[in-house]
Design a protein around this ligand. Structure first.
Ligand code: FMN
Length: 437
């Protein structure tokens, strides 16, 4: 019998929790505890990993101002994911913790050292979401006026991966011998400089951390363009994506698997997880009513438009909500997210683009109903796509405890009863759990 289980990740925005809805708790104080509890909740439901998203700016594309982002707490404030990943890892024992870090922001040596340290602190459960950054505003925080074009960003990222892989390999796994009798901590013949001199980076090495349990972190990536998909298929252990329906999910996964095979990898080593935003209810009608109420909240449309503006640096405040977009939009930023959003050729008005389908930017397939109904919808989608799992999140990227618990303690048990997701972790490291099925 083939294993029909699939993997579950959680996509987490490190912005304030839901603070406006009746079941929001009014906004927790900013001390990170809400997110640590979130990790514990997800571990109870045996998720593979929590992925902490990140951006490196205060957005101001929407309306040409920071006002809406700050007023609505949309993509801001956003704190550093690395210390949070440590706090989450220390409060759990099996859940994978993935932090987003940009190749634009970190010199490769610091990045490799940080990843190695967190992987040791978490006992081999750390993952790095590799991003190149996609906004001029972010670049300007690092002395760069304009973000390099996408192809150059990926060319730099390729060399960056070469450097960090060499750094992780600069200590053999068995370099630490701890031989008390001979008085030897580490065997210096098993630790070598890398002497990397490339087009963009020059790094001597070796790394100055001991090999961590996974030796290198799990690599997560979300490239959407052909160049990005090649990069992801070459390097990533898990790829996260937003698609438009089950056929596009299947096409994306098939394409990634073909690219991974062409790069000499076993496609089964690359787990593709699709973003979804389940809306659950006591009955199908209840779930549908909740969805309708959510998309009709006065701030829903502006929140979505502000977030698509932030990641594309296109001002969506300048378009008429009740007209189709006047032209096909292009960006040097997140083009894949933009294409998914603009559904070019559909003739939908901007308002319909925002509230239509499953609502929001991050839903690959509509999931609405009771926990049992949604579990069946997820099973059907995975059967069509072929694997490998879902990355659950919320349409507005803001989460309440209610939404989290409904997913972890309502939906996941329904999935487990069907034998679709794990009921216990088989391994201690993130990579082993990902490769388990
Ligand atoms: C599910 C998902 C999560 C992403 N998370 C981040 C993130 O946390 N930070 C970031 O800068 N970019 C993030 N991105 C953007 C990607 O890294 C990438 O820039 C985008 O998918 C466009 O791909 P492309 O550059 O190949 O066109 C995310 C994309 C997706 C689909």
């Amino acid at each position: 019998m083939t294993d029909k289980r699939f993997h579950l990740g959680w996509f987490m925005n490190f912005t304030p929790d839901e603070w406006r809805t009746p079941f929001g708790n009014g906004g927790t104080p900013w001390d990170g505890k809400f997110y640590v509890e979130m990790a514990q909740t997800l571990e109870r439901a045996c998720f593979d990993y929590i992925m902490i998203e990140d951006k490196l700016m205060v957005p101001q594309a929407f309306g040409g101002s920071t006002e809406l982002s700050l007023r609505n707490a949309m993509m801001v404030p956003k704190h550093d994911p690395a210390p949070l990943a440590v706090a989450m890892g220390m409060a759990t024992s099996r859940l994978g913790v993935v932090a987003t870090m940009s190749t634009l922001a970190y010199p490769p040596f610091l990045l490799a050292r940080l990843c190695s340290t967190i992987d040791s602190l978490t006992g081999g459960r750390f993952g790095w979401n590799i991003v190149t950054s996609a906004e001029d505003l972010a670049a300007q925080n690092f002395g760069i006026d304009k973000l390099p074009p996408r192809d150059l960003r990926y060319a730099m990222a390729e060399e960056y991966m070469d450097v960090v892989n060499k750094l992780f390999a600069s200590w053999d796994k068995d370099a630490v011998v701890l031989d008390h009798a001979a008085g030897v901590y580490a065997d210096h013949t098993k630790v070598r400089p890398i002497d990397h001199v490339g087009k963009f980076y020059k790094v001597r090495g070796p790394l100055n951390t001991v090999p961590s349990p996974q030796h290198r972190p799990v690599y997560v990536q979300a490239g959407g363009s052909p160049r990005g998909r090649d990069f992801a298929a070459r390097h990533a252990d898990s790829i996260i994506s937003v698609a438009s329906g089950v056929d596009s999910m299947k096409a994306f996964r098939d394409d990634i698997r073909a690219r991974a095979a062409a790069a000499g990898r076993d496609p089964d080593d690359v787990k593709v997880l699709f973003c979804v935003t389940p809306m659950l209810g006591e009955t199908a009608q209840d779930a549908r009513d909740r969805q309708d109420r959510m998309v009709n909240e006065p701030y829903f449309i502006t929140d979505i438009l502000a977030s698509i503006s932030a990641i594309t640096e296109i001002d969506f405040a300048r378009f008429d909500l009740d007209e189709p977009l006047p032209e096909r939009l292009v960006t040097n930023g997140e083009q894949g997210s933009l294409d998914k959003f603009q559904e070019w050729g559909s003739d939908k008005t901007l308002r319909q683009l925002v509230v239509g389908g499953a609502g929001g930017l991050v839903s690959s397939v509509e999931l609405i109903g009771t926990p049992d109904q949604v579990a069946d919808q997820m099973a059907a989608a995975m059967a069509h796509v072929g694997g490998d799992g879902f990355l659950i999140t919320t349409p507005t990227l803001r989460v309440s405890r209610r939404y989290l618990v409904e997913s972890a303690d309502g939906l996941v048990p329904a999935l487990q009863r069907r034998g679709l997701t794990r009921t216990a972790y088989a391994h201690t490291t993130l990579r082993e759990n990902l490769l388990d099925f």
